[in-house]
Design a protein. Structure first.
Ligand code: NDP
Length: 382
C-alpha cells in the first residue's frame, strides 16, 4: 500500500482556512481494469480557488466516498481540490490499453481532484485520462514516458493552452493571413493565443494595459518586445488605441503592406472599455468571443457593430466544452503536445512549491497555505 495524502474541504470558504490534509492509505490495484497513479505536479488555478470558495459554476459534489476505495470512507462529506495536473502511472492492470508504467497522464475532465498524491481509477468505460506519451500520427512515444514535456508544461497543459487553441479554431474558419484581435494579451491565455496564431500563420493584434510608472518607465516597451518575441504582429496599449482611433488599422497596414486578411475574431477576457478597440477593428461578420471578465465590467457591444457589421457575440468556457465534446479535447491536447514537442510553444512561468515525500500533514498544510497566499502562478510539485 501507499502512504497517500489528499487536500480536501468539507465546507466552502476562504481556501487557506478551509483546506484539510487527509492522510490515508491507497492499496495496490485489485483488478485488471485499474490503474494507480502518483502525482507529479498540479497548478493552483483561479478556478480551483473559486471552487473551494463555492462560487464556481462547476464543482465536485461533496461526498463521503471520495477515493474509489471502500476502505476509505470519510466521516463528513467532502471534496478533493484541484482540476488540472499531471500524474505518473505506477501500477497498471493488464486490460488497460494505451498506457504503460511511468507514462505521464492528465485527467480529461474537470473536478478530478488533482491535489492528492495517489489516485486509483477504474479505466473501464469512457476515456478518463490522456496519455502525454501517446503515439499517434502527431505524437510519438518517448522513452521517458513524459512525451518530451517538462513538469511545468505537463501540469498546465489542460486549461490555458487548450483554451487558446479552441477559441482560435472553434468559431470560424480562419485562413492564413487573417487577423485575431485580443485584449488582456499579456495574460497566460493571451500569450498562448499569440503563439498559436503564429503557428497557424494567423496574425494577431494585441491590446495591453500600460502600467508604466516612475519606478518602471520602460514597462510598456518591455511588454511590447516580450509579446513580439512570442510572435505578436501588433501590440498596442489601450490608452494608445483610445488616443488615436486609427492607430490599429495603421499598424496592421504597416505590418503587412499587401495584406488582404480580415480581422475575423476578437477575444475578450477583460470586458468594459477594452472591448471597444475589438469591436471597432473587427471586420464585417466578425466574432467577438468572451472568455473572461477581469475588469468585472459588462461586455460593451455597440448597436452599430451589431447592425452594420453584423458581429456575433459568443461566450467560451473550456469546462463546458470538455463535457460536451471530450473527443475534441483529446484532439486539442494532441495538437498542443505536438507544438511543445516541436518547440513551437513557450509555457507560462510559475513558482514551483516542492512537496517532499513523507513530510507531516502540518507541513503539507503550511506548503499549500503559502502557495495560496502567493499572487504569482503556482504549481505544487510532488
Ligand atoms: P493571468 O493571471 O495570466 O492574467 C490576467 C490578465 O488580466 C492580465 O492580462 C491582466 O493585465 C488582466 N487584468 C487583471 N486585472 C484587470 C483589470 N482590473 N482590468 C483589466 N485587465 C485586468 O490570467 P489567465 O490567463 O490565467 O486568465 C485570463 C482570463 O481568462 C481570466 O479571466 C480567466 O478566468 C479566464 N479563463 C477562462 C477560461 C474559459 O474557459 N473561459 C479558461 C482559462 C482562463 P495586467 O497585466 O495589465 O494587470
Amino acid at each position: 500500500s501507499y502512504d497517500a495524502k489528499a487536500i480536501i474541504y468539507k465546507e466552502y470558504g476562504e481556501p487557506s482556512e478551509k483546506i484539510i490534509v487527509h492522510d490515508y492509505k491507497v492499496e495496490s490495484i485489485k483488478n485488471d481494469n485499474e490503474v494507480l497513479l502518483e502525482l507529479i505536479a498540479h497548478p493552483i488555478n483561479p478556478s480551483d480557488i473559486n471552487q473551494i470558495q463555492g462560487v464556481y459554476p462547476s464543482k465536485p459534489e461533496l461526498s463521503v466516498n471520495l477515493f474509489n476505495d471502500e476502505s476509505e470512507v470519510l466521516k463528513e462529506a467532502s471534496a478533493i481540490c484541484g482540476n488540472e495536473g499531471v500524474f505518473k502511472v505506477v501500477e497498471i492492470g493488464k486490460n488497460v490499453k494505451g498506457f504503460a508504467q511511468n507514462d505521464w497522464v492528465i485527467p480529461l475532465f474537470p473536478n478530478f481532484g488533482t491535489w492528492r498524491t495517489h489516485v486509483k481509477l477504474d479505466m473501464k468505460g469512457e476515456a478518463k485520462l490522456f496519455n502525454l506519451n501517446k503515439e499517434n500520427e502527431k505524437t510519438k512515444r518517448f522513452a521517458e514516458g513524459n512525451g518530451g514535456l517538462s513538469v511545468n508544461q505537463a501540469a498546465t497543459i489542460s486549461v490555458n493552452p487548450c483554451t487558446a487553441l479552441q477559441m482560435i479554431t472553434k468559431f470560424l474558419k480562419l485562413e492564413e493571413g487573417d487577423w485575431v484581435i485580443q485584449n488582456g494579451a499579456n495574460s497566460s491565455v493571451g500569450k498562448f493565443v499569440i503563439q498559436v496564431c503564429k503557428n497557424l500563420k494567423i496574425n494577431s493584434i494585441n491590446l495591453v494595459r500600460d502600467k508604466s510608472s516612475e519606478e518602471n518607465p520602460q514597462y510598456l516597451d518591455e511588454l511590447k518586445s516580450e509579446l513580439k518575441d512570442l510572435g505578436a504582429d501588433v501590440v498596442v496599449s489601450l490608452s494608445e488605441a483610445k488616443e488615436d482611433r486609427k492607430l490599429i488599422k495603421k499598424l496592421v497596414k504597416d505590418v503587412k503592406e499587401n495584406n488582404t486578411g480580415k480581422v475575423k475574431l476578437g477575444l475578450n477576457c477583460v470586458g468594459g472599455e477594452s472591448c471597444i478597440p475589438l469591436i471597432k477593428t473587427l471586420d464585417e461578420n466578425g466574432y467577438l468571443v468572451t472568455y473572461g471578465g477581469m475588469s468585472k465590467k459588462p461586455v460593451i457591444l455597440s448597436t452599430s457593430s451589431l447592425i452594420f457589421k453584423n458581429l456575433t457575440s459568443k461566450g467560451f468556457w473550456i469546462t463546458r466544452n470538455n463535457f460536451q465534446d471530450p473527443e475534441e479535447k483529446q484532439q486539442t491536447l494532441d495538437q498542443i503536445v505536438h507544438f511543445y514537442q516541436n518547440k513551437q510553444l513557450v509555457d507560462a512561468k510559475s513558482t514551483h512549491n516542492i512537496w517532499k515525500k513523507g513530510i507531516a500533514p502540518s507541513e503539507v498544510l503550511a506548503l499549500y497555505q503559502k502557495a495560496l497566499s502567493n499572487s504569482s502562478k503556482n504549481i505544487v510539485v510532488y
